[in-house]
Design a protein. Structure first.
Lengths: 405, 381
């Protein structure tokens, strides 16, 4: 079926009182961002609905992208017809016919926003219902739990029909909750934490620590590709790569083995906090889940958290590993995350890190370092890359390979 | 030469061979190597897998590469038996399977497994009623071929799927070696199938390469253990040139599928409607939707199959006795025997199997040669 527009219903934001306008504006601009390469598509974000006029664009492609936009409750592809009963009935019959296989009962649901139109809501429901019953004698009407709802919207510029309601991603439009910094390693947990943060309206920037030659270019490309996966939910994401080699080498040299990891994580958190300050981030996100590994006990969190007063949000803190993996599979980051490249967290992992580090001792060991100097040099070396939705970094030869295949 | 033996094997396409050669020359690293030369090979491997998956509408992780149809069939049958032996030891298949299935089943019988071979009707088709009757609490596998390699029967794959919806733990395997690119993908990927076997050289890819589809979540024991390739399910350094070549061959095959099967069906009809007029001719592959478009099996009563094959060969036309595997053993066709065809007729059966390169001119020439040969055969009938 050639759809003319997609009607989008807002999620939670309908309840948000006076913030409503900024929420709607943000959602409108996020939808525009994910559809930016389809110039024929026009977007109009109204108070109660958002309308995506397709103007000939492929509706399947638009539907696939809208499914990822947070702040959308659900949406319906619809067809515009002339403002006559005959045109409406003809299109409604065509829609019903396409879904006959799964349909036994139906109802007609009319909304008349243009009160100039001569047929009122009830009359349209009754007349169209009768028409469809006559056309499809095998169907019956069920107003309570119909298999199929034929929605008719009578507007000043035409009558819009739809029969499908597609679930949206829910959540809040990305950006409405402010900016957060995600500590992205490349493992399974941190992308999931990023996704969950974005779902609650956070505009996320990625902070990735890399330590050449201990970590490979591939590990960096993997983190960037993960960013590309997450960017499908927001259009683009800023990827901040922080050089970490000098800090890791110095920590390794000066700090006892049991506290390597604690001090290293304190340095990472300090750097992330500094970047948040500079770039107007309001909070730090990470993929810590309580009790999974040595760095993720509450004692460890206490000893590491010490370096900043910024909120550290841990969306997966109480999830089991299997629950995290389930989400990672749903958002298509799992297969990437399990690629076996050493990252900055694993490369210098001591055989037996302290699972219950002591805060005071962590501070003492850290005082052996030139924290200021190390931080400054790392911050001076930060590189920022803008990553686009679905962008790939690992397979540099994808286009050449496509020729072969 | 007129090559009408495409169910035995097909010619590698020039552009497929080109891919094979380029990969052999340039991307010959081991996909398991850590360095970026190996990494590049790994990306090509995964890109090939993703292409095959997307052509078939399945997930990349559901495609596992093998050495061909025989390995795929052996793997699914024996791998299921090993994996699920603690749940049951009963397997169901049909009386008309390829030997790769049939002999694997017999091997399992020697190990104490119990196998039911479903009978077939005069068209070579099983009935779902027989399947329902055969299913037991300890059944672990139902293996049914998509298209019979000897006479082209399409099995009731969707109906089997319907029955097996009530048996969610039973593995449902389809041997689709003869069924790919023949317009029946929706029967094969029917929503219930768990495993499907494919072989590359039946669609213009090199020999020694194939793949199976394994539905996500289904478990199967590996037969080849070792370095852990293919998700630890099929070890052995990946045959990347052949994998990439097969990915390409599959794309080419499916790109022109609709046109190819139309032509193949018309050629089959042209020959079928010509030879059926002759008194001693029996047609087994009917002109109906129950049969694949590319296989025509017929017998000339009173003339042995080998004699017919060699007589055509004298005229530069290559056909075969019913299957390449049985042809050198001088055995009667096992499919025809299972259909209850008397041996006097089944030993006179031959198979014409068409490919997308065959033409109507070739069909006309075949018919002319048939007329000539039939006159000669009359002397011995």
């Amino acid at each position: 079926m050639q759809y003319s527009e997609i009607m989008v219903r807002y999620g939670e934001l309908s309840t948000k009182g006076k913030n409503r306008k900024s929420f709607i504006d943000r959602l409108g601009s996020n939808v525009r961002k994910v559809l930016h390469d389809l110039p024929e598509v026009k977007i109009q974000a109204n108070r109660d609905r958002l309308h995506v006029s397709l103007n000939g664009a492929d509706s399947d492609q638009v539907v696939d992208r809208l499914k990822l936009v947070f702040g959308i409750q659900n949406f319906s592809p619809s067809v515009k017809v002339d403002r006559t009963f005959e045109a409406t009935a003809e299109m409604a019959a065509q829609m019903v016919k396409e879904q006959l296989g799964t349909t036994k009962t139906f109802k007609v649901n009319t909304r008349r926003s243009d009160h100039q139109f001569p047929i009122d809501t009830n009359e349209m429901n009754t007349r169209l219902g009768e028409y469809l019953l006559e056309a499809f004698p095998e169907l019956s009407v069920d107003v309570h739990q119909p298999d199929l709802v034929v929605r008719v919207e009578i507007r000043a510029n035409g009558i819009f029909l739809s029969s499908q309601t597609i679930q949206g991603a829910g959540g809040l439009p990305v950006g409405t909750s402010g900016k957060g910094m995600l500590m992205l390693s490349g493992g399974i947990d941190s992308p999931v934490a990023g996704y969950l943060g974005m779902k609650r309206g956070v505009s996320m920037e990625m902070v990735h620590f890399f330590s050449p030659p201990y970590t490979s270019e591939q590990a960096l490309a993997k983190a960037q590709e993960l960013t590309g996966k997450l960017a499908r939910y927001s259009g683009t994401i800023q990827f901040l790569q922080v050089p970490f080699t000098e800090i890791q080498e110095t920590v390794k040299e000066k700090v006892p083995e049991g506290y390597l990891m604690t001090v290293q994580r304190r340095m990472m958190l300090r750097l992330t906090a500094a970047l948040a300050l500079k770039r107007h981030g309001l909070a730090i996100f990470n993929g810590e889940s309580l009790g999974q590994v040595a760095s993720q006990t509450m004692e460890s969190m206490l000893a590491i958290n010490d370096v900043t007063t910024l909120p550290i949000l841990r969306p997966v803190v109480s999830l089991d590993k299997t629950e995290i993996i389930k989400i990672a599979e749903d958002i298509d980051t799992y297969q990437l995350s399990i690629l076996p490249f050493e990252d900055c967290c694993t490369i210098f992992a001591p055989p037996s890190p302290k699972t219950k580090p002591n805060l005071e001792r962590a501070r003492v060991y850290e005082s052996r370092l030139d924290v200021e100097g190390l931080m400054q040099r790392a911050l001076d070396g930060v590189k920022i890359v803008e990553v686009h939705a679905g962008e790939e970094f690992l397979n540099q030869e994808a286009d050449a390979f496509a020729e072969l295949l | 030469m007129i090559y009408f033996d495409n169910s035995a094997t097909t010619q590698v396409l020039p552009e497929v061979l080109q891919t094979y050669q380029t990969v052999s020359e340039k991307i010959w690293g081991n996909p398991s190597s850590l360095h970026n030369f190996g990494e590049s090979a790994w990306h090509l491997l995964e890109q090939s897998r993703a292409q095959i998956a997307s052509l078939l509408g399945v997930l990349p992780s559901e495609i596992l590469f093998t050495s061909g149809g025989t390995e795929g069939d052996n793997w699914v049958v024996k791998g299921t038996a090993i994996e699920k032996r603690s749940f049951g030891k009963h397997l169901i298949t049909t009386a008309v399977e390829h030997p790769a299935i049939h002999n694997s089943m017999e091997q399992l019988e020697q190990l104490g497994f119990d196998v039911t071979y479903l009978p077939v009707d005069e068209n070579g088709r099983i009935s779902v009623e027989d399947l329902k009757a055969a299913l037991r609490a300890d059944t672990i596998l139902v293996s049914v071929m998509a298209v019979n390699n000897e006479i082209g029967t399409i099995q009731p794959l969707k109906e089997v799927a319907e029955v097996l919806k009530d048996y969610p733990k039973v593995h449902y395997h389809i041997d689709a070696v003869q069924g790919i690119g023949k317009g029946i993908q929706s029967l094969i990927f029917n929503g219930r199938v768990d495993f499907v076997t494919f072989s590359g050289h039946k669609f213009h890819a090199p020999r020694g390469m194939g793949f199976i589809y394994k539905k996500q979540g289904r478990k199967i024991a590996p037969l080849l253990t070792g370095g852990g390739q293919e998700r630890n399910l099929r070890s052995g350094t990946e045959n990347l040139p052949a994998i990439a070549a097969m990915a390409k061959a599959l794309r080419v095959l499916l790109d022109k599928e609709a046109q190819s099967i139309k032509v193949e069906r018309q050629i089959k009809q042209t020959i079928l409607h010509h030879i059926e007029q002759f008194e001693n001719v029996t047609i087994f592959s009917k002109d109906s939707a129950l049969f694949a478009p590319h296989i025509l099996c017929f017998a000339i009563e009173g003339v042995r199959g080998e004699t017919i094959v060699h007589a055509f060969e004298q005229h530069g036309i290559y056909i075969s006795t019913t299957s390449a595997c049985s042809s050198k053993k001088h055995l009667a066709s096992s499919t025809l025997t299972a259909m209850g065809v008397p041996e006097a007729v089944s030993t006179s059966a031959v198979r014409v199997s068409l490919g997308d390169q065959n033409t109507f001119e070739e069909a006309a020439e075949f018919n002319d040669v048939f007329d000539t040969l039939y006159q000669e055969f009359k002397k011995i009938m």
